[in-house]
Write a protein that binds this ligand. Structure first.
Ligand SMILES: NC(=O)c1ccc[n+]([C@@H]2O[C@H](COP(=O)([O-])OP(=O)(O)OC[C@H]3O[C@@H](n4cnc5c(N)ncnc54)[C@H](O)[C@@H]3O)[C@@H](O)[C@H]2O)c1
Ligand SMILES: O=C(O)[C@H](O)COP(=O)(O)O
Length: 598
């Protein structure tokens, strides 16, 4: 069975390679089972290797982080805690940093990535919302973004409930009144929650915890979330409705979705006009999901009786903000995640993720890389190495390399397409294809972007084999179409450069070049020769290399038939000088040859 898809990945590196892994941090594959604090079974990601001159990386912590997280970071990195940096100060410092940790108060803009000069490898968001990080720019610059998605969930849910109850009983206003010397019992009559309908918009981690707690208060809870599984809602006794249905029947609305282009100002004049008169709104998500001027109009007209807000479009909001000063509005300064417990948890969660990413380990909380289950990664590890080497080898066979635009990758496997996740392999082939001909560093994050930018199209094919699906792959074939080769032998009968490899005893092997079957371990550097098949060839080439003190690690000959043409592959420990290569080319029986670095 053959299926085809074009390159559509965001992703990358993995195991150290001689080009990309020059520091002594442990390999991602030997440390894959890093411990995570909570709920970490789900997914891990292959991140990347960094090239660091200083054995210790530098982590810039730009906002206050819990002590335990800082201590953890200090065991691994030089930690620079510089709070309240101006945008310009951040951009100036960033070129000296391998990682940056922020909360919601720091805008990590495109300029930050540009000014990092490629050194910034990971941005850690000590919290959930990543709307303050320019994810596209991070991806384009191959910078991983990780967050701390679970440690502040309960704190945010509790804050939502605190605002809900405080708003319903006018706690903040009554407190201010009594402190101003007044005693206004009839002014601050509240409303009851029991039996009222609460619409939770965004039924994720925080939303579902709010729903659970609101049910405990005797409320009827409904929710809207286009992506939430119905069974999760059912399990808590919550009906999932459309946006219009949910907002039109609710007495209270609590917001818990991320700020995205789709949710920006979703609560606008039109939405408010559909609500029940006297509705009450809580927002501990993001200020930007509400059109704040429209909310002021809705409060003035009485459509919205009260609002309790922890988040604002601009933080801090302007001192004269009509919304903040409105008598029916209760506000807190983005305190949802601000409990001692949550901040310690978030700090550890983000510190672990950042350290793991800098070590090149598999990170569980990446937000701009594809999710690949840990067990898949472990199984595919040797094929990951093979993929990169095949890409690296194939592109070096192209005459003038940079004209590569159309690549076909064939995966031969006894597994069905659904049982073989090839995203990692495809990215490593991309890495192998692009890195030798550019100065671009390719990793899990930017492989897709870089390939697209270069107009490189990678089509994937599955070749379904009979037999046991125990081994994920039998072989991988990389073909480059519409190019000339500097080693004509690598061109297959159908006109493409073709190389094929397999994993043998856990090691990558080159098993085909063009139409020739070969079998060599893919290590170090290779000399590929096409020659007339005759005795003494191995000795002739070996002598020339010996004279230059170049160690030969292996030799392999593949031939069509005795005394006809053969392909000889010689593994060498270092690059022969020009003179030695010239002498090899002058051996009469050698028709063509090429030197390749793996
Ligand atoms: N105030 C705070 O201090 C604080 C603390 C934690 C989280 N938050 C914010 O709360 C929000 C939720 O956090 P979380 O941890 O529950 O995230 P989450 O990813 O677990 O949940 C978000 C949910 O929103 C849903 N969603 C996406 N688009 C939607 C749309 N158009 N309409 C309705 N639902 C939509 C998603 O499907 C998801 O289920 C985020 O914006 C986060 O930044 C704020
Ligand atoms: O998205 C979040 O995690 C919260 O908004 C918390 O933000 P903070 O880290 O700035 O408190």
């Amino acid at each position: 069975m053959v299926t085809t898809s074009s390159l559509n990945l965001v992703f990358t590196p993995t195991k150290p390679t001689s080009l990309s892994w020059k520091h002594s941090f442990p390999s991602p594959f030997t440390t894959a089972n890093c411990t995570r604090r909570q709920n970490r079974k789900a997914y891990r990601f292959v991140v990347f290797a960094t090239v660091l001159a200083d054995p210790k990386p530098t982590v810039l912590v730009a906002e206050k982080l819990g002590k335990a997280g800082l201590e953890l970071l200090k065991t691994f990195a030089n930690v620079d805690c510089s709070y309240n940096l101006s945008p310009e100060e951040l951009c100036t410092k960033i070129s000296l940093c391998d990682a940056l940790i922020v909360r919601s108060g720091t805008k990590v803009t495109r300029e930050v990535f540009e000014r990092s000069g490629g050194r910034l490898k990971v941005v850690g968001r000590a919290g959930v919302g990543i709307d303050n990080v320019d994810l596209s720019a991070a991806t384009e610059h191959g910078c991983l973004v990780v967050n701390a998605p679970t440690a502040n969930t309960i704190a945010a849910a509790e804050h939502g409930i605190a605002l809900l109850t405080a708003m319903a009983r006018n706690i903040a206003q009554a407190d201010a009144s009594i402190k101003a010397g007044k005693w206004q019992r009839s002014k601050y009559i509240g409303v009851s929650l029991v039996g009222k309908t609460l619409a939770v918009i965004g039924f994720g981690k925080v939303g579902s915890e709010v729903a659970r707690r609101a049910k405990g208060l005797g409320m009827h809870v409904i929710a809207h979330d286009p992506y939430a599984p119905a069974d999760r809602a059912r399990a808590i006794g919550v009906d999932l409705l459309t946006f219009e249905e949910a907002i039109s029947i609710a007495d209270f609305i609590s917001l818990h979705m991320p700020l995205t282009p789709a949710t920006s100002k979703i609560f606008n004049d039109q939405a408010f006009s559909r609500m029940k008169k006297g509705v009450r709104i809580v927002n501990v998500a993001r200020g930007g999901v509400i059109d704040e001027e429209a909310l002021v109009r809705a409060l003035d007209s009485g459509i919205v009786a009260q609002a309790a807000l922890d988040v604002f479009t601009e933080e801090p909001p302007p001192k004269d903000s009509r919304l903040v000063l409105h008598e029916n509005v209760t506000v807190t300064p983005h305190l949802g995640a601000s409990t001692t417990e949550a901040q310690e948890g978030v700090a550890i969660e983000v510190a672990e993720a950042v350290i793991g990413a800098l070590r090149g380990e598999l990170a569980a909380t990446a937000v701009n890389a594809p999710m690949v289950p840990a067990e898949v990664l472990t199984e595919l590890a040797p094929f990951v190495t093979l993929s990169e080497k095949l890409g690296r080898l194939a592109v070096q066979l192209v005459a003038g390399g940079s004209g590569v635009q159309s690549v076909k990758v064939t995966y031969a496997s006894a597994r069905g397409p659904d049982d073989l996740d090839t995203r990692l392999l495809r990215a490593m082939i991309t890495k192998g294809l692009i890195e030798p001909i550019t100065s671009v560093f390719i990793n899990l994050v930017n492989a897709d972007f870089t390939a697209k930018q270069r107009g490189l199209r990678i089509a994937e094919e599955r070749f379904l084999l009979d037999g046991s699906p125990e081994n994920p792959l039998e072989f991988i074939q990389v073909q480059i179409a519409n190019v000339e080769s500097k080693f004509a032998t690598a061109i297959s009968d159908s006109g493409e450069i073709k190389v094929e490899g397999r994993v043998k005893d856990g090691k990558p092997h080159l098993t085909r070049v063009g139409s020739f079957s070969v079998d060599v371990s893919m290590e170090g550097s290779l000399i590929l020769c096409r020659q007339v098949d005759q005795p003494g060839m191995i000795g002739s080439v070996g002598n020339i290399l010996g004279e230059e003190n170049i160690n030969v690690s292996f030799m392999s000959v593949g031939r069509i038939a005795p005394r006809k043409q053969a392909v000889m592959i010689i593994g060498v420990d270092k690059e022969p000088n020009k003179e030695a290569l010239k002498k090899i080319g002058e051996i009469p029986a050698i028709e063509e040859f090429v030197f390749l670095k793996l």
